[in-house]
Design a protein around this ligand. Structure first.
Ligand code: ADP
Ligand code: MG
Length: 315
């Protein structure tokens, strides 16, 4: 059903959720928030545009989930505890059924992580969603990109390449089991918070492993060596793609929203027990080296070159 901007905002407001640290939520010119004294505020923003960040005809509930998930993934990569978010919507038309379904996905994930929607903006235009997420970290304990040291292990959570595989299969098999990983990524919030005490550097894998690990290397002034055969693959990815096709999806695909982190080798057992406590696969995939740049090697020890190293909107 078509309706006005203020009806849409009223629907959002009725479902937005609340927290004790929200002095004033949706409905005024700005929200008033009370951050805990002594902790730092982590702030991140990400936009999803139709046809760029999600396929056209993606279900509205999946769009809602993903718009928040990619932002929670950035908070996870900082080791932050999610608290508040804002949502700026550009919609081609005012459609209450679309909005209700969108909120179903967005708020299901928000509820899982205790993050409350405190404001935003609603305008007419091409379908685009922009979320700003805020969370807390203890002063001095955020997971940053600039702390990796030569000799550190390189690790990754979950599995890589599923979303990129779903994109390859999109036209032929739009409902392939891999599609869920493209539409409903799982932000590794609990892992990020637990890793704050162990990891030396961390990044979330949104643009492809090699590209994102490259950001850690650049900021930390180190290099990295990655073993292609060690990259974790899901059963569904192994069923759909052979050993020749898989490495490009895993090392250079995007939209994984896993965490890639570095840690001193003395932390291996603690990381393994953290992984079993969280029931999350965590895989050691290489090492930080002196020097610069990320080198990937195949099973024979030869340098493996990706067809491309990551997604660059202006590349
Ligand atoms: P203003 O014109 O003063 O910016 P708006 O009419 O845009 O106010 O918004 C009214 C209230 O609704 C504000 O509190 C704003 O934060 C909130 N709001 C608007 N759009 C959204 C949205 N998409 N999600 C959450 N809150 C929203
Ligand atoms: Mg406004």
């Amino acid at each position: 059903m078509a309706t006005g901007e203020f009806d849409l905002i009223a629907r959002i407001r009725a479902r937005a959720g609340t927290r004790d640290d929200i002095v004033l939520g949706i409905g005024d010119d700005a929200a008033l928030l009370a951050p805990p004294p002594g902790r730092h505020l982590a702030v991140t923003a990400d936009t999803l545009n139709e046809g760029v960040h999600f396929p056209r005809r993606t279900a509205p509930a999946d769009i809602g989930w993903k718009a928040l998930a990619v932002n929670l993934s950035d908070l996870a990569a900082m080791g932050a505890e999610p608290a508040w978010c804002t949502l700026s919507l550009s919609l081609p038309q005012s459609d209450t059924a679309w909005m209700d379904a969108f909120l179903d996905g967005f708020l299901a994930l928000a509820g899982e992580h205790g993050i409350a929607l405190v404001g935003g903006d609603t305008t007419r235009g091409p379908l685009s969603l922009s979320v700003t997420a805020m969370g807390f970290v203890d002063a001095g304990s955020a997971l940053r990109r600039d702390g990796a040291q030569a000799g550190d292990d390189v690790w990754v959570t979950g599995t890589l390449g599923d979303a990129a595989g779903a994109l390859v299969l999109l036209d032929r098999e739009p409902a392939h089991p891999l599609r869920r990983r493209l539409d409903r990524p799982t932000p590794r919030v609990h892992a990020g918070r637990a890793l704050a005490a162990l990891a030396s550097a961390c990044v979330d894998v949104s643009d492809g492993l090699l590209a994102d690990l490259g950001h850690i290397c650049a900021r930390s002034d180190v290099g990295a060596r990655i073993d292609i055969p060690s990259l974790p693959a899901s059963e569904a990815l192994m069923d759909a793609f052979d050993d020749v096709a898989r490495p490009a999806l895993q090392a250079a695909g995007g939209d994984d929203y896993e965490l890639c982190f570095t840690a001193d080798a003395s932390h291996r057992e603690r990381i393994a027990s953290l992984a079993s406590r969280l029931d999350l696969r965590v895989t050691r995939i290489g090492r930080i080296t002196a020097g610069s740049g990320v080198v990937a090697v195949d099973a024979a020890g030869a340098v493996w070159q990706p067809p491309r190293t990551g997604y660059d909107h202006f590349g």
